[in-house]
Ligand binder design. Sequence first.
Ligand SMILES: Nc1ncnc2c1ncn2[C@@H]1O[C@H](COP(=O)(O)OP(=O)(O)O)[C@@H](O)[C@H]1O
Ligand SMILES: [Mg+2]
Length: 325
Amino acid sequence: MSKAQIKVKNPGTKAKASAQIEVKNVTQIYSMRTPFEQKALDNVSLTVEKGDFLAIIGTTGSGKSTLIQHLNALIKPTFGEIEILDFKLTPSRRKMRKIKELRRRVGVVFQFAEYQIFESTIEREIIFGPKNFGISHNDAVKRAAKYIEIVGLKKNMLEKSPFGLSGGQKRRVAIASVLSCEPEILVFDEPIAGLDPSGAYDILQILKKLNDDGKTIIMVTHNLDNALEYSNKTLIMKETQVEYNDDTSKLLLNKNILEKSDLMLPQVTAFINELNLHNVSLPNNINNINTLATEVIKLLKSNYKKPNPCKEKSHESSNIVKKSK
Ligand SMILES: Nc1ncnc2c1ncn2[C@@H]1O[C@H](COP(=O)(O)OP(=O)(O)O)[C@@H](O)[C@H]1O
Ligand SMILES: [Mg+2]
């Protein structure tokens, strides 16, 4: 298979002003022309705008991880091309150029990133990336002190070994080491997989804050309630292809689309759907359980009539009459 080429884009072919990523008709075939040949992506196209929070969802084996591994040139397209920031990734055989710069600007936190921790202290682990990208030791240490707090750990842990940490804490360290390279685009492959609910919540808040601060976030997830709550755009993959790609609210509140994609409804969507079946409609901008609860309470209050004691009495007496028959 040929090597991906990365080159600074010709200004004439520049992507749309706000588009940071354009995946154009990308096909990925692993071990092509061998008995192990496996198509993992089939003609996938996608645009990501600056500041988007894109959720990538889809059944296992649909190609989600393969797609994101292209974004920092860990793998190269077999066919098609990707424009990302100032770079263009193609299936060309020519030697990769500027790959380091691309990887600094596009940070990828792989699934179970904590397994990739290898340094003897947390500080060394976090400064490894920035130093590798040419940041001075002193500045890298300053970044470590900053980003360890951003991921919710204490500065005094920097001198400790990462191997004594819990799985969730190790994942935070792995995230801090990617954040400390200060990339413009952050990609997370199932960042909350295997975490307890409060650890998962904390990680999602970190992603939300990064996005609120203007970073483009891409998150592969199986948790559709999280995708609904945190993302503005959603890509649904099915069997190596893009099934849907649209505003999150258009896709994740739509029972038919999710069923067609072999996905379970988010709990919020299932609840709204159940109410709809009973002709109870709610506003169509609900994207999390708290807003859902607020809207249901509003609805109940608006329809709730205080019982009329006189009516109740006459009702009771009619029952008595019935019984005595
Ligand atoms: N390194 C690889 N070599 C060969 N096949 C692979 C490799 N990685 C993934 N695949 C295959 O590619 C398809 C898509 O996998 P993947 O991108 O991991 O999907 P997802 O992340 O949606 O579960 C699957 O059929 C998977 O078995
Ligand atoms: Mg995967």
